[in-house]
Design a protein around this ligand. Structure first.
Ligand code: NAD
Length: 470
C-alpha cells in the first residue's frame, strides 16, 4: 500500500490543503493498493490560479512549439507503456493485454494526432474582408471518468495544449493513480509550470469546485448524464462554455442481408471489451425476427469465449467491474431484466468468483424496447437481443432511447448499411465493423452530450473566434 501525497500544481507536487484521503482499491482482489489526497476547493483554487498565470505565455507559444511538447508526451507514453498498463490494470481491473493495446495504445494515437494537428490546423482564416483568428478559450476545467482513465484525460489535455489553453484535471476517484503517473510524464516533458495541473478528489467536492470556479472558461466533462446535467446547469448559470460527453445505449442493427455470424461475434466483443464499461458499447443487438433464434445461439457461443478472472492471466478476456457499487448496480439491472420478462441465455447474476467485483458475461434474449434494460445504461458485460419486424421497426427501436452516442449497422451491401445509418439519431456509426478512427469526431446526439472530442472537431471546442475586419 502506498500513500501518495500532493497535487501537481504550478509545475510541482505540492502538499494538499486538507488531510482527507481517497483509498484506491484493486477491483480484482478488493485490496487497498494506495491512497491519494482528497482535494478541496482550496486546492482547486490554487490549480486554477496557476493555470490562469500560465495562460498568456502558453497561448503566445507558436503552435509548432506547443506541438513539440505534445510529441514529447506521446513519446513518453510509448516508452512507459508497461508501467501505465500495470497501473490501469491495478486500479481498473482491465485485462493486461487490453490495458497495453487500448488503455495506452489509444491515448498514444490521440496524442500523436494532436501533435500533428497543432502544426497543420489553420488557426487563421480569411473570409472576404475579415481575418478570423482561432484563439484559445482560456483556462479549462477537465473532469474525467474511470472507464478509460488515461484516454479520457489525453482526449482533453492534448487538444487543450494544441489550442493554447491551460488546464486543470480532476480525475475520477477510482482511478487517480493513472492520472498521477500521467502528471509525472507531463512534468518530464518540461512543459511550462501551470500549463497542466492535477487535483485528485471527490466529484461533489473537488469536481464541483472546479466546475463552479469563476476563473475557469470551459468545463469539459465526461461521465454520467446525471452529473453532466448538473455541470451543464452550473456552466449555463455562469455563461461559460461547457462540453459534455455522457452516457449511451447504442444499437447494433443487423439487417437481414448481413453476415449474421460475424455481426453477432463482433457485436458481443464490442460489449464485453473493458467488462462492458464503455459508453459507446452497442448494448442493444437488433435482429430480424426470422434470424432471431439463430442470433441467440450465436451470441451464446460468442460470449463463451469471455472467461472472467485475474486480469494478469492472458486466458481471461474479462476483468472485474471497477468497484462494488458498479457491481451492485449491474446486478440490479440483471434482476430487473428477469423481472420484466427477459430471458437469460448466458451468464446471469451468479458471481463467477468469490472475491473481486466480477459479473458473468451475460446475454439477455426476448428483450423488448420498453424494458428498463433496453432503455437505461447498464455499464457492465451485458448484451440484450431485440427482435424487429422490418427496417422501419428497426429504426424506431434504434432511435427509441434518450441517448444517441454510437451504433453499428451490418448489411450485405455497404450502401444499404450507410442508408440506414444516415437515419440513425446518433453521433457515430460503424458500418460492417468499420474501425475506430481517432481523428473522427466523437460525441453524442440527444442526452449523450454536447460537443465533440477527437480530431479537428475536438480541437475547435478549445478555440474561440475573433474576427478582424480589414
Ligand atoms: P460520474 O458522472 O459519476 O463521474 C465522472 C466524473 O465526474 C468523476 O471524476 C467524478 O468524480 C465527477 N463528479 C461526480 N459528481 C460530481 C459533481 N457533483 N460535480 C463535479 N464532478 C462530479 O460517472 P462515472 O461513474 O465516473 O462514469 C461512468 C459514466 O460515464 C457512464 O454513464 C458512461 O457512459 C459515461 N461516460 C461517457 C463517455 C463519453 O465520452 N460519452 C465516456 C466515458 C464514460
Amino acid at each position: 500500500m502506498k500513500a501518495y501525497d500532493g497535487m501537481y500544481i504550478g509545475g510541482s507536487w505540492r502538499p494538499a490543503a486538507g488531510t482527507d484521503t481517497i483509498s484506491v482499491v484493486n477491483p480484482a482482489d478488493e485490496q487497498v493498493i494506495a491512497t491519494v489526497p482528497a482535494g478541496t476547493a482550496e486546492d482547486v483554487d490554487a490549480a486554477v490560479r496557476a493555470a490562469r498565470a500560465a495562460l498568456p505565455g502558453w497561448a503566445a507559444t507558436p503552435p509548432a512549439g506547443r506541438a513539440a511538447y505534445i510529441t514529447a508526451l506521446r513519446d513518453l507514453l510509448v516508452a512507459r507503456t508497461d508501467e501505465i498498463a500495470e497501473t490501469v490494470t491495478a486500479e481498473l481491473g482491465a485485462p493486461i493485454a487490453l490495458s497495453q493495446r487500448v488503455h495506452v495504445g489509444l491515448p498514444v494515437m490521440v496524442a500523436g494526432s494532436y501533435a500533428e494537428l497543432a502544426v497543420t490546423y489553420p488557426f487563421e482564416e480569411k473570409l472576404g474582408n475579415s481575418a478570423v483568428l482561432m484563439e484559445p478559450v482560456g483556462v479549462v476545467g477537465a473532469i474525467t471518468p474511470w472507464n478509460y482513465p488515461l484516454h479520457q484525460i489525453v482526449a482533453k489535455v492534448a487538444p487543450a495544449l494544441a489550442a493554447g489553453c491551460t488546464i486543470v484535471v480532476k480525475p475520477a476517484e477510482d482511478t487517480p493513480l493513472t492520472a498521477r503517473l500521467f502528471a509525472e510524464l507531463v512534468h518530464e516533458t518540461g512543459l511550462p509550470a501551470g500549463v497542466f495541473n492535477l487535483v485528485t478528489g471527490l466529484g461533489p467536492v473537488a469536481g464541483q469546485a472546479l466546475a463552479e470556479h469563476e476563473d475557469v472558461d470551459l468545463v469539459s466533462f465526461t461521465g454520467s448524464t446525471a452529473v453532466g446535467r448538473r455541470i451543464g446547469a452550473i456552466a449555463g448559470a455562469a455563461v461559460k462554455r461547457v462540453a459534455l460527453e455522457l452516457g449511451g445505449k447504442s444499437a447494433n442493427v443487423i439487417l437481414p442481408s448481413a453476415d449474421l455470424a460475424k455481426a453477432v461475434k463482433v457485436g458481443v466483443a464490442n460489449v464485453m471489451s473493458n467488462s462492458g464499461q464503455t459508453c459507446s458499447a452497442w448494448t442493444r443487438m437488433l435482429v430480424h425476427t426470422d434470424q432471431y433464434d439463430e442470433a441467440v445461439e450465436l451470441a451464446k457461443a460468442a460470449v463463451a469465449a469471455y472467461a472472467a478472472g485475474d486480469p494478469h492471466d492472458p486466458a481471461n478476456r474479462l476483468g472485474p467491474l471497477v468497484n462494488a457499487k458498479q457491481r451492485t448496480r449491474v446486478l440490479g439491472y440483471l434482476e430487473k431484466g428477469v423481472a420484466d420478462g427477459a430471458r437469460v441465455v448466458a451468464g446471469g447474476p451468479e458471481a463467477p468468483h468469490p472475491t473481486g467485483y466480477y459479473v458473468a458475461p451475460t446475454v439477455f434474449a426476448d428483450v423488448t424496447p420498453d424494458m428498463t434494460i433496453a432503455q437505461e445504461e447498464i455499464f457492465g458485460p451485458v448484451v440484450s437481443l431485440l427482435r424487429y419486424e422490418d427496417e422501419e421497426d428497426a429504426l424506431r427501436i434504434a432511435n427509441g432511447t434518450v441517448y444517441g452516442l454510437a451504433g453499428a449497422v451490418w448489411a450485405g451491401d455497404e450502401n444499404e448499411a450507410v442508408a440506414f445509418a444516415r437515419r440513425m439519431d446518433t453521433g457515430q456509426v460503424d458500418i460492417n465493423g468499420g474501425r475506430f478512427n481517432v481523428v473522427a469526431p466523437f460525441g453524442g446526439h440527444k442526452q449523450s452530450g454536447v460537443g465533440r472530442e477527437l480530431g479537428a472537431h475536438g480541437l475547435t471546442e478549445y478555440l474561440q473566434t475573433k474576427s478582424l475586419q480589414l
